[in-house]
Design a protein around this ligand. Structure first.
Ligand SMILES: [Zn+2]
Length: 255
């Protein structure tokens, strides 16, 4: 079995391939297997971004029996933690930047400057980290970057919805140590799909550079047979999930 999608075949046979395999094989799938199938979605997506669109994703072999349960398992583990590490104390401008910008960098600040955390603006939370958000707003489903000039800045402090528009969102915030750690977890979890796609694109490009004249199937197979690369990515995700869980354990101390 391969999770590779043949683009020509898939596109030409789109209407007839709506298979309805029973969702049996995905049940009881362990995290490692689930991650493997999950990653295959993004390697396909790195080769052809159309395959992140739901209508194409469904064309993958064993979509209903393996791919969909794997995606649900991995993204379920991520989503279960996103809400927990989110803080209702974060102000609207910080929230927008956190939710819309796919890159976040934290740097320690010199002890020379003093002030309150600019995310929560609580007085007893002195800032100690400089946080810089960069990157472009993207469609959360297809992960395609979006150039959206419309202003749709509905401020809804009670939700974690991704803002559809970036507008004039400040990109630099000075954060207290609690908000820095917590928002870093939130950002990594919330932008995980985007980040994993970028990592798959890098790997695909590396393989393309050393394997001239190889077709997409060869590139896909080479990426997916690289167990060292896959293990590293899986362990990074496991660490992230563990860190988010450890935040939950210490949560009471963070108030
Ligand atoms: Zn704060």
């Amino acid at each position: 079995m391969t999770d590779f999608i043949d683009s020509q075949e898939s596109r030409t046979s789109l209407p007839s391939l709506a298979t309805h395999l029973p969702e049996l094989m995905g049940r009881g799938m362990d995290f490692e297997d689930a991650f493997d199938h999950y990653l295959s979605v993004f390697v396909n997506g790195a080769l052809d971004s159309d395959f992140l669109k739901p209508e194409y994703l469904k064309l993958m072999d064993h979509y209903e029996s393996l791919i969909q349960p794997a995606v649900r398992k991995i993204e379920g583990a991520i989503q279960a933690r996103v809400g927990v590490v989110f803080s209702s104390a974060w102000k609207a401008d910080f929230r927008k930047a956190l939710l819309s910008k796919p890159y976040m960098k934290l740097e320690s600040m010199s002890s020379g400057s003093h002030g309150d955390c600019q995310a929560c603006k609580l007085q007893d939370h002195p800032y100690s980290k400089k946080c810089t958000f960069t990157g472009q707003w993207y469609d959360p489903e297809t992960l395609a970057e979006v150039n959206n000039e419309d202003d749709n800045s509905n401020e809804d402090d009670s939700s974690q919805e991704r803002p559809m528009v970036i507008g004039d969102i400040p990109e630099v915030f000075k954060l207290g140590r609690f908000c820095a750690k917590r928002s870093s977890y939130h950002h990594q979890l919330n932008h995980y799909r985007y980040q994993i796609l970028q990592k798959c694109k890098m790997k695909v490009n590396q393989v393309k550079e050393c394997k001239l004249n190889k077709d997409d199937k060869d590139i896909f197979d080479q990426c997916m047979s690289n167990s060292q690369w896959k293990t590293k990515l899986r362990e990074e995700l496991e660490d992230l999930l563990k860190n988010a869980d450890s935040y939950v354990d210490e949560k009471d101390h963070w108030k």
